[in-house]
Design a protein around this ligand. Structure first.
Ligand code: DON
Length: 309
């Protein structure tokens, strides 16, 4: 962090919303999941949650959207909390430099995905969480409900079914890794868990609050510990290097924060020790990251000076 003075977040958010409204070009919604293809790209919301749970927002910050790959940051944290370092025998932590649904590295690397945030890596993490808890997606939903305080937070089973009906790529990844012994859950059951996880309907407020533990060095909203300080640092580090896929370098350059995007158009970002942000706008760039979302986070770190650099 470069600013010692606490900025007033509400005027900053109002300024960002005005800047984004004046900006042309919003990208296109994800169309490979038909249930997401009709999303309204004029939507925009942003929330900032402070470590004490105070939350500020602007625009559509309470409007639920499909969390999609943002959930991968939470399943990583939950699995790391339960399994510790042994997790890294099954998934790496290096940027892939490839699209989020790419198959190409998996064969060269013997069925061990590069990192937990590409789809292959997320399938491995969900498999491990499912084996540890008996219900990976239910465990994740319970965690998000507890941390956001919104008990109605739930799956959108129509989105999960839509993705399942077009899920050949994820099925291929899962079967391929199973052939290396790196997946233990039967593949159809694992895919159902993964699609449910991705379909969670969350608002910017929900995710900014639920990601609070990453700004609080591993401490949950109720004061209990999910992760050690060192593990919270590790999750933030993997978000910084891998959270936006083959755009992670550009995201670090423009925003300078750990971040995790999803094809629903959301992005969660963390200023360790200071706040957790979530921005949403469904229009994506060609690498699957929200165009207005990245622009808004870029404005946030520029206006506030809050960054890890
Ligand atoms: O598995 C998929 O393709 C989607 N459920 C999630 C992908 C995603 O969100 C990638 N993020 N930018």
């Amino acid at each position: 962090m470069s600013s010692a003075v606490a900025p007033a977040f509400q005027p900053v958010l109002d300024q960002i919303a005005a800047d984004i409204a004046a900006r042309p070009g919003r990208g296109r919604p994800a169309d490979y999941i038909p249930a997401l293809a009709e999303a309204d790209t004029s939507r925009f919301g942003m929330a900032v949650a402070e470590p004490d749970g105070t939350v500020y927002g602007v625009g559509d910050w309470r409007h639920p959207f499909s969390a999609q790959s943002i959930t991968k940051a939470f399943t990583l944290a939950l699995t790391l909390a339960l399994e510790g370092e042994a997790l890294w025998e099954h998934v790496g932590r290096e940027p892939s430099g490839n699209p989020f649904n790419s198959l190409v590295q998996l064969e060269y690397e013997n069925g061990i995905p590069r990192n937990p945030f590409i789809n292959a890596g997320a399938l491995v993490v969900t498999d491990r969480l499912h084996a540890l808890t008996g219900d990976a997606s239910g465990t994740l939903r319970a965690f998000l409900r507890a941390e956001s305080g919104r008990q109605e937070l739930d799956f959108d089973l129509a989105v999960a079914a839509s993705e399942a009906a077009h899920g050949d790529r994820n099925a291929a990844l899962a079967h391929f890794m199973a052939s290396y012994g790196n997946i233990r859950t039967p593949v159809p059951e694992l895919l159902e868990q993964y699609f449910r996880q991705c379909s969670l309907e969350t608002s910017c407020a929900d995710l900014a609050l639920a990601g609070g533990f990453l700004a609080r060095h591993g401490i949950r909203a109720d004061g209990s510990s999910l992760l050690t300080r060192s593990q919270a640092k590790q999750v933030n580090a993997v978000m910084l290097t891998c959270g936006t896929y083959d755009a992670a370098g550009d995201f670090a350059y423009r925003v300078g924060l750990p971040g995790k995007s999803g094809v629903g158009g959301g992005i969660v970002a963390v200023v360790p020790g200071r706040c957790t942000l979530c921005v949403w706008s469904p229009g994506l760039d060609e690498r699957g990251n929200s165009v207005a979302g990245v622009a808004a986070l870029d404005r946030f770190t520029t206006l506030t000076g809050l960054s890890v650099f």
